[in-house]
Design a protein around this ligand. Structure first.
Ligand SMILES: [Mg+2]
Length: 390
């Protein structure tokens, strides 16, 4: 979707898991911190101070402690990240109903329907949102504002932490041109190196090439690559309701990983992070799907369903290794792994709440029916209550 104003916002929480922990322990702010398990052995989030020391995700904890001996290791707090994520997006929904919760710590907002007269007014409101997320939740979040999702996402990641970049409509191509090609989604470190070897270093090097040359570099996908390099994107922001059919998380590795145990740990950690969110939403899920992607972008997906939907982690753990083995057919390192839960059903708590709401509506309907006998005016006065959840 293309807008007259930079109305598409991509927000991306900075060092999300660490930031959630620091919200509980502000005295650790400014220190080299990382979230991860000693026994699980992998860093899942590192503060910017720790990153400056060379710590990245996912890195084995032991190695991180070797290169950064004063690193403060924080254990995962069960349920915290799903809760904080929910609160972050709830605050966003006070600004616009069009919120796409993309993953636990990033998403898109569409401010198109909010009726802003100009870009300045819109920008002021989004700056207000950024300030609110910090004041109320102590979450540092970076923002990109543009007329489409592609450019907004690149912008939000450009100046972390607590970045705020606006790309005025019409300047997309100029904004992207001086950036490294690796900033484009889908171009990882190895592809970037291959492109560099052919003289394509900046995104502007793509738009400057002729058709024939692009075809020889990118093959059949050259038109899409050119459109992407120009900052063109027509994708719409999908609200939670469109996306409610699944919960997923993915992780792109800084360096390709070939160690089965390490990948299995990452996938299990995703289970640990997604199920609390599912419980919080009052849902249950039946199907788990594991996807792996190789550095050349080929990918493989395998899934399995439980006999009954659940909101617990335990039934899914034993499925991870067999699914990974099935999906990871080639003995090659991976670029990305993702875990997705689908077959979403209402949880018991939710069903109970619906039943109570139904019961309230039935009682209200009964009251209205009786009033109806007494006279029409009363019905009209109380009639609006019928639609409220009670
Ligand atoms: Mg983030």
């Amino acid at each position: 979707m293309t807008h007259r104003l930079p109305a598409i916002v991509h927000l991306d929480a900075d060092a999300f898991f660490v930031s959630c922990e620091l919200a509980l322990r502000p005295e650790l702010r400014g220190k080299k911190c990382a979230v991860g398990g000693r026994e699980r052995g992998i860093i899942s989030s590192a503060s910017y101070e720790a990153r400056a020391c060379g710590v990245y995700t996912p890195m084995p904890t032991q190695r991180a402690l070797k290169i950064c001996p004063d690193l403060i290791m924080l254990p995962h707090t069960s349920g915290l990240y799903g809760r904080m994520s929910g609160r972050m997006f709830d605050v966003c929904e006070t600004l616009t109903p069009l919120v796409q919760r993309n993953s636990i710590d990033e998403g898109y907002l569409d401010l198109g329907p909010c009726g802003f007269a100009d870009g300045a007014a819109l920008e002021t409101r989004v700056r207000g949102l950024q300030a609110r997320l910090w004041d109320e939740l102590q979450l540092p979040v970076s923002f990109g504002l543009a007329r489409n999702k592609l450019v907004a996402q690149i912008a939000s990641k450009l100046r972390k932490p607590r970045g705020f970049i606006v790309v005025p409509p019409g300047t997309e191509e100029a904004f992207l041109a001086p950036l490294a090609v690796g900033k484009l989604p889908g171009i990882g470190a190895k592809t970037e190196a291959a492109l560099n070897a052919r003289g394509v270093k900046l995104i502007g090097d793509i738009t400057a090439r002729g058709e024939d040359e692009l075809q020889s570099i990118f093959g059949d996908g050259w038109r899409e690559m050119l459109a992407t390099a120009r900052g063109e994107d027509e994708r719409e922001v999908h609200t939670e309701h469109d996306d409610a059919k699944s919960y997923s998380q993915q992780e792109t590795f800084g360096a390709d990983i070939g160690d089965f145990t390490a990948i299995e740990r990452v996938a299990k950690r995703m289970i640990d992070e997604l199920l609390p969110k599912i419980r919080e939403d009052g849902k249950r899920v039946r199907t788990i799907t594991v996807k792996v992607r190789y550095p050349d972008f080929t990918q493989e997906t395998h899934g399995r369903s439980l006999a009954e939907a659940t909101d617990l982690e335990a039934p899914f753990y034993p499925l991870v290794a067999p699914l990974l083995r099935a999906a990871w057919g080639k003995p090659r390192p991976l670029r990305l792994v993702s875990v997705r839960f689908s077959g979403v059903e209402e949880g018991a708590r939710q069903l109970e709440m619906f039943a109570q709401a139904d019961e309230k509506r039935r009682r209200l309907a009964g009251v209205l029916d009786r009033l109806n006998d007494g006279g029409r005016a009363a019905v009209v006065r109380h009639g609006h209550q019928l639609g409220s959840p009670g």
